[in-house]
Design a binder for this molecule. Structure first.
Ligand SMILES: [Zn+2]
Length: 259
């Protein structure tokens, strides 16, 4: 999905001149440091997009960052900080092409960093990137268990976006996923996932019932006299006794065949 598809204000593309400001460091009034890396950035660009940085830099006599104009993020992963800075100037980010880290895992890290540094636009961008990669499961060799575990360990219970996407996608392709023994291991290790998956499967079931209700019924053939009559879908699902109007015998609905 492209940036143009949604209307979040923070995700409107920032003009190219701002990107050149990042590259040149011109007019920079703030440094972001992470281990060996240092970025010369601009408060006017960074603060409106991040409540975390905004609060740290605007506080009067509070955080030391508002005096030093340096933000130290040494606990963070340098690749994540690099992508955050990139996002702040161009409304999107890319993983370092030379990195051998798993890409889907990286988007989970970006989502979780966006939550920590309160960058709403980055959160929805990371979610989009995550969704498009996670939707490829189970037809991918990526570490499914690790990704699910990470989604549940790096987000809180009420932060639903990543978790709901995982549970819904697994529920939708459940027949495929259940072929792997990995699924039951994850469900045992990650109770939150097991709970969300059971709700998602039930939602799917209700959805299917709604579709079936629209069909109302099918023309079915009596196993005795081979004549046909209309049978409601609910009777077929519940396998109720059906009375044949032609031969006047009762047979379980599922013993009848499609006309
Ligand atoms: Zn009959």
């Amino acid at each position: 999905m492209s940036t143009m598809d949604h209307d979040s204000k923070a995700e409107e593309p920032i003009q190219a001149p701002f990107l050149s400001l990042l590259e040149s460091g011109q007019f920079s009034d703030l440094k972001i440091r992470c281990k060996e890396d240092e970025y010369n950035v601009h408060k006017a660009i960074v603060c409106p997009q991040s409540d975390f940085f905004g609060t740290a830099l605007n506080s009067v006599g509070g955080f030391k960052e508002s005096k030093t104009n340096v933000i130290e993020l040494h606990e963070a992963d340098p690749a994540v900080v690099r992508a955050i800075v990139q996002f702040l100037y161009r409304s999107d980010y890319q993983m370092d092409p030379e990195s051998d880290e798993n890409r889907t895992v990286f988007h989970v890290s970006m989502y979780s960093a966006a939550e920590m540094y309160q960058i709403e636009g980055l959160k929805s961008k990371a979610l989009r990137h995550f969704e498009s990669r996670f939707s490829k499961f189970p037809d991918t060799s990526e570490p499914f268990a690790k990704i699910v575990e990470m989604v549940y360990s790096s987000t809180v219970d009420h932060d639903r976006s990543l978790r709901d996407h995982v549970a819904r996608h697994v529920a939708q392709s459940f027949d495929e996923f259940r072929k792997s023994s990995e699924l039951s291991t994850i469900a045992e290790d990650t109770p939150g996932f097991a709970r969300d998956l059971s709700y998602a499967l039930h939602d799917n079931y209700l959805q299917q019932l709604k579709v079936l209700d629209k069909l109302e019924g099918l023309e079915m053939t009596c196993p005795h006299c081979k004549r046909s009559q209309f049978m409601p879908i609910r009777d077929l699902l519940n396998n109720t006794m059906e009375w044949c109007g032609s031969c006047h015998k009762y047979k379980y609905a599922q013993a009848w065949t499609r006309y």
